[in-house]
Design a protein around this ligand. Structure first.
Ligand code: 5GP
Length: 183
């Protein structure tokens, strides 16, 4: 199913992902030693990263899930964000670490981080697996970053195109032909 007509190139291998995720988990564990922390998964793109990261973060950890939609075409986001599924529990007085797949324009995260801060969390930080700084239009502080990548549309390890490719164990560059045919 996966060949060069769909995935142009493997950008980050399964081994690289797994190693970096463990390093990030160690950093987070050290920074929140002795503190309670809520890891917030931004559905659905962060789901693989979140599941791998969460199992290596040590300490007093709880998990929650939020889902946002950013309007726009399938490969370019607009600036309008809406919460489709909110957290199950209030985060007031808690340390929150938002776990996101990728920061691109920054619009989604800018909105989401401000929204969570307004709920009087004790602190709100962001861990993003991928960072595409070239396309940033909204200011977002990435506290923990997996990999900085150039401006490619990538899929795999949770990231999709039209709901496909999330199950790939690596991050790959999608062949433009796949979305040129559909956008
Ligand atoms: P932003 O608001 O920072 O522009 O991006 C928000 C969302 O757009 C990300 O959470 C992700 O779901 C999607 N996105 C941005 N860049 C990519 C990409 O290269 N590949 C995929 N699959 N999704 C992306």
């Amino acid at each position: 199913m996966i060949d060069s007509t769909t995935i142009k190139e493997v950008l980050i291998s399964e081994e690289q992902l797994q190693q970096r995720v463990k390093e990030l988990a160690k950093q987070i564990s050290d920074d929140y030693k002795g503190e309670e922390v809520v890891l917030v998964c931004v559905l659905k793109g962060a789901v693989m990263f979140f599941a791998d990261l969460a199992r290596y973060v040590e300490g007093d950890v709880s998990l929650d899930f939020i889902s946002c939609s950013s309007y726009g075409s399938s490969t370019v986001s607009s600036g309008v964000v809406r919460i489709m599924k909110d957290l199950d529990k209030p985060v007031e007085g808690k340390h929150v670490v938002v776990v996101e797949d990728i920061v691109d324009t920054g619009n989604t995260l800018h909105y989401l981080l401000e929204n969570l801060k307004s709920r009087n969390a004790k602190s709100v930080r962001l861990v993003a697996l991928l960072n595409k700084p070239d396309r940033r239009t909204a200011e977002v502080k990435v506290d923990y970053q997996g990999f900085e990548i150039p401006d490619y549309f990538v899929v795999g390890y949770g990231l999709d195109f039209a709901e496909k490719y999330r199950n790939l164990p690596f991050v790959g560059i999608l062949n433009e032909k796949v979305y040129q045919d559909k956008v």
